[in-house]
Structure formats: structure tokens, C-alpha cells
Design a protein around this ligand. Structure first.
Ligand code: FUB
Length: 365
């Protein structure tokens, strides 16, 4: 058996046999004692193989690493540009004591059937902690097939979470990421084009017959992610929704046709050395990118790619400091090699002395 075939066989056996709620990050050692992780073409190995997971939003809560991923499943829904094949129905929260430690799957934390206003497709969530409560933020299509952002609460970071009866007023589109600044103010960054429907919103109104993509306006400023300050109780927006403007180094907004750099989906915010790092996916060009500002609203100045394309169509990440080191949580399709059946991973991230982020190459060349 070749090394690659042995690895695939091992991955399949692991996927079939691993049904427990707690597992070490996927075991990559063959029966001959060869650690395939070291020779694998992939930079990192899946954190869990008993379920498919994607869009990992990672946080440190109560001294542990908690990950809030999407839970990918096979429903047989055909693939299209709307992302209908991402037909997820619940969330599982995962936790680890350390980056290389055992991964605990805490089971179903929230299910689409328990969200009174929801229709279908539970996409990339995020979580936050304030005033003794945990908040799970999630995008899901409402009963009219329009993406909205909801919030659910718990007194435990692993859930279960109880959803609020309605979506967050004024919210739309997908991929919420909630960042709390040093002064305690929290902000939600969100939005996604194409299947995320951002291109169908203008002046607070949804156009059900609007374009399916961002094409047709190539020379105009690209659509932007959105940012809203959160209310003290973390259940609503406090004030107007603003555009997350990304400028090039000449101070001009990125244009729609700038496909390698323009915002597509998957917002994240972290603060490093007093600067605000807005990071995001460029979607159909498959990069993760960063843009930096002096305040949480921007405008942000584009800095560069932070991760080259992974295996799979989507790319989605979070960035977290753990015990003085920085990590990027991401996903690819190593286990299933199917666009909609993904697996989460983690790797170290380095801020260069000039403040930019070192480019991560997820597939070894
Ligand atoms: O997981 C469904 C969608 O795919 C997410 O919301 C996007 O960010 C992309 O990863």
C-alpha cells in the first residue's frame, strides 16, 4: 500500500469507528508507526472526525478553548451558487483544554427545529460572553428564505442554548462574528455575498429577485461587510449598521472586480498591539485576507493574504490568542473531499514585526 492510500484507509476507519463524544485530535499514525501528519500534504490534521464541522469560531471561556462550528451533514440537496447544499440543521459545541488536547463534542447545542422563526440552513455561528451569560449568534434562513441573524442564550458555554423568539432586528445576511473591545463594548461584524444574499439588500430592503452574485458592477466599490454595535444585553443592535470599508494602500475602496482582495464572507475581528484586524474570506478566489484600522469601525486598509486556498470551495476562519500564542482555526475538506462536508483544523499564526500577518500555506507544495 502506498503511504497515501494507507492514510486514506486510516481516515476512513477513523471516520467509521469514532463515535464517542470525546476524542484526541485525529490519530494519524499508521500500524507501521508512521506519523502521516508529518508527511501529509496538509499543514494540519482535522480536529474531529466523528462529525463534519466547518466555520470554526474559537474562544477561550472558563480557561478552555471552545469552538462553535457549523455542523455539516449530507442531505442530498444539489449544489448551486446559492449554497443550498450547505443544509445544516443543528450546532454542536466542541471544547479542548489545549490546542493539541482531547476534543470533546458536547452534543446538540441548538437545533433549527427549536428556532420559532427559522426555515432552513444553519450557517456559520459565533459566540460571546457577557454579564455571566453566553450568547450564540447564528445565521439561518427565515420562513421566506431570507437569511437573518438570531441569538440564543445559555449559562454554559457548551449550551444548550435557548433561542430568542425573533431574529435580531435590522439583521440580515450571514456569518456573524462578535468582538468585544477592551472597554467592554461589543460589535457584530457580518455579511456574505452570493448565497449569503448581501447583494440583494439596499437601503434596508430585501429584493427577492435581486442578483445571485456580485457581477455586473465590476468597476464600482465592492460590497462591504457590515458592523453594528451591540446593546448592553447583547440581544440587539445599538445604533445604525455601518459599512466595513476596505481601502487599498492609495486610500481607494476595493472594487468589485478585485476578486482576489474584495470581501466575500466570513468576517472576523481581533486586536493586536492596539490595531484592529478585520479578516475575511474572498470567497470565489478562496483566500483569507486581512485589513487593519485604528478603530473597530474602520476604514480598514488592505494588508494582504493571510492564508492561501485550502482544499474545498469555502474558506472560513477565526483567530484567537491562547497563552501568548496566536492561532488560526479554519476548515478544509480533507476527510470527505466534498464541498459541503468539511472538517475543522487549527494552526499557528504569526504577526510580523511590521504588523502584517505571515501567509499560511495549508497544503504543502
Ligand atoms: O458553512 C456555510 C457557509 O459556507 C458559511 O456561512 C460561509 O462562511 C461558508 O463557509
Amino acid at each position: 500500500m502506498t503511504r497515501l492510500k494507507k492514510y486514506s484507509a486510516l481516515a476512513i476507519v477513523m471516520a467509521v469507528l469514532t463515535t464517542g463524544a470525546c476524542q484526541q485530535a485525529v490519530d494519524t499514525t499508521t500500524s507501521d508507526g508512521i506519523d502521516t501528519a508529518k508527511t501529509s500534504k496538509y499543514l494540519s490534521q482535522p480536529l474531529i472526525s466523528s462529525i463534519y464541522t466547518a466555520d470554526p469560531s474559537a474562544h477561550v471561556f472558563e480557561g478552555k478553548i471552545y469552538i462553535y462550528p457549523s455542523h455539516d451533514i449530507e442531505t442530498g440537496t444539489p449544489e448551486n451558487d446559492n449554497g443550498d447544499h450547505f443544509d445544516m440543521r443543528d450546532y454542536h459545541v466542541l471544547s479542548m483544554d489545549s490546542v493539541n488536547g482531547k476534543v470533546t463534542d458536547h452534543g446538540v447545542a441548538l437545533s433549527v427545529k427549536d428556532i420559532p422563526w427559522a426555515g432552513r440552513q444553519l450557517w456559520a455561528p459565533d459566540a460571546a460572553f457577557k454579564n455571566g451569560n453566553y450568547y450564540l449568534y447564528f445565521p439561518v434562513k427565515d420562513k421566506n428564505d431570507v437569511f437573518r441573524i438570531g441569538v440564543a442564550t445559555s449559562n454554559n458555554p457548551a449550551g444548550p442554548f435557548k433561542p430568542e423568539p425573533s431574529p435580531i432586528a435590522g439583521s440580515y445576511s450571514i456569518d456573524p462574528a462578535v468582538f468585544t473591545d477592551d472597554d467592554g463594548t461589543s460589535y457584530m461584524y457580518y455579511g456574505g455575498i452570493w448565497g449569503g444574499q448581501l447583494q440583494r439588500w439596499s437601503n434596508g430592503k430585501y429584493d427577492a429577485n435581486g442578483s445571485k452574485t456580485d457581477s455586473g458592477k465590476e468597476n464600482e466599490p465592492a460590497l462591504t461587510a457590515k458592523v453594528a454595535k451591540m446593546s448592553g444585553d447583547m440581544l440587539s443592535f445599538d445604533g445604525p449598521v455601518k459599512d466595513v470599508i476596505i481601502l487599498d494602500r492609495d486610500g481607494k475602496p476595493l472594487l468589485t472586480k478585485d476578486y482576489d482582495r474584495r470581501f466575500f464572507e466570513g468576517s472576523w475581528m481581533h486586536k493586536y498591539n492596539g490595531k484592529y484586524y478585520f479578516t475575511y474570506s474572498t470567497g470565489d478566489t478562496h483566500f483569507l485576507a486581512s485589513a487593519i484600522a485604528d478603530n473597530p469601525y474602520g476604514p480598514f486598509t488592505y494588508q494582504g493574504t493571510i492564508m492561501e486556498p485550502v482544499q474545498g470551495w469555502t474558506t472560513h476562519h477565526s483567530i484567537l490568542e491562547i497563552k501568548g500564542k496566536w492561532y488560526l482555526f479554519y476548515h478544509d475538506t480533507q476527510l470527505a473531499n466534498k464541498t459541503h462536508l468539511r472538517n475543522i483544523k487549527v494552526t499557528e499564526l504569526t504577526h510580523r514585526p511590521d504588523g502584517t500577518i505571515e501567509v499560511i500555506t495549508p497544503i504543502r507544495k
